[in-house]
Design a protein around this ligand. Structure first.
Ligand code: RIB
Ligand code: CA
Length: 308
């Protein structure tokens, strides 16, 4: 399984990269403005690639959405974008600053490549705009985003809400899409018991990653009265490819609202069973075996190289 990960690290992005590094071949990583400004998501991606021992090429991309003003999520991820631990300085710089063309070139050169989109879809949309052929060349796009309810607003999930124009272009592109929406990702909660399994999974990384999860969880519990920890949203988009047996899914027609006063950034999932309904364009993941998924996450942490 070859993947190119587009991300905005981001606590859950970090865990998604760690899982992908152990259970897939990461042929490239691109970064986008989202949880934090592009400079920080790029620095954080450099750090996380070091932590999991990956030398995958890294290219930064869009510093702002296609149309909307850039808005970040320090209220969840902290000012650095990945607060909660003392992280090492990155060992290397990014390899480039044109994520969209890196995505185009890599898709065209790599058969059976999956794109894994873990942040706002700006880079993916720019790549599709410049090279529509990649929609059919890519094996598919596994997206963390959307859902039947929102988090940034009542209807809209952060990744989609940040750049609805980009998301709409991606969902309408004709590419095969697998969607991990909030109704799925909220089933994968890093609760205190699971955080302790992460802490003990690796002598050096364990305590660091547990600290990240504690911070991430504290943000959620400060903001919501019905969470026991943070959802590991982005990990679902990787596991959907590496461990599909964990999921139950349905195919549906999904579009992104870009004009609604109260619904801009909503993924409109057509659950109707009507004969003259829309054709399905998205595989919508509905349930995950969370216990089995977390065991895989812990295995991935354990398998990371020791850094002294
Ligand atoms: O809404 C959750 C998504 O927004 C995740 O990708 C998280 O990392 C943030 O980017
Ligand atoms: Ca993310």
């Amino acid at each position: 399984m070859k993947v190119l990960i587009d991300c905005d690290p981001g606590h859950d992005d970090a865990f998604a990269i760690i899982v992908a590094s152990q259970f897939s071949e990461i042929v490239g990583v691109t970064t986008v403005s989202g949880n934090a400004p592009l400079t920080l998501t790029t620095k954080n991606a450099r750090v996380v690639l070091d932590l999991c021992g990956s030398s995958a090429p890294l290219h930064s991309g869009a510093a702002r959405p296609l149309v909307a003003e850039p808005i970040h999520a320090a209220y969840i991820h902290g000012e650095s974008g990945i607060d909660g631990a003392i992280l090492p300085e990155p060992s290397r710089l990014a390899d480039g600053t044109d994520a969209a063309h890196f995505i185009i070139d890599t898709v065209r050169a790599t058969p059976d490549l999956w794109l894994v989109a873990l942040g706002p879809l700006t880079n993916i949309a720019l790549a599709l705009r410049a090279a529509p052929d990649i929609a059919q060349r890519v094996a598919g796009i596994s997206i963390m985003g959307g859902g039947r309810f929102g988090n940034r607003t009542a209807t809209s999930e952060f990744n989609i809400w940040c750049d609805p124009e980009a998301a709409s272009a991606v969902f309408d592109s004709g590419a095969k899409i697998v969607m991990s929406g909030l109704d799925l990702t909220h089933q994968l909660i890093a609760d205190p018991k699971r955080i302790e399994t992460v802490r003990s999974a690796h002598t050096t990384l364990g305590p660091l990653l547990a600290g990240l999860l504690e911070f991430f969880g504290s943000s959620y519990m400060a903001r919501h009265d019905d969470f026991l920890g943070a959802p590991l949203h982005d990990v679902c988009a990787v596991l959907a490819l590496t461990h599909p047996q964990l999921f139950i899914w349905k195919d549906a027609h999904v579009v992104v609202e870009i004009d609604g006063t109260h619904t801009r950034g909503m993924t409109v999932i057509d659950d109707r069973h009507v004969r003259d309904g829309n054709t399905t364009n998205v595989r919508v993941l509905e349930t995950i075996d969370a216990d089995a998924a977390f065991e895989i996450i812990v295995d991935a942490v354990h398998a990371c190289p020791s850094n002294g």
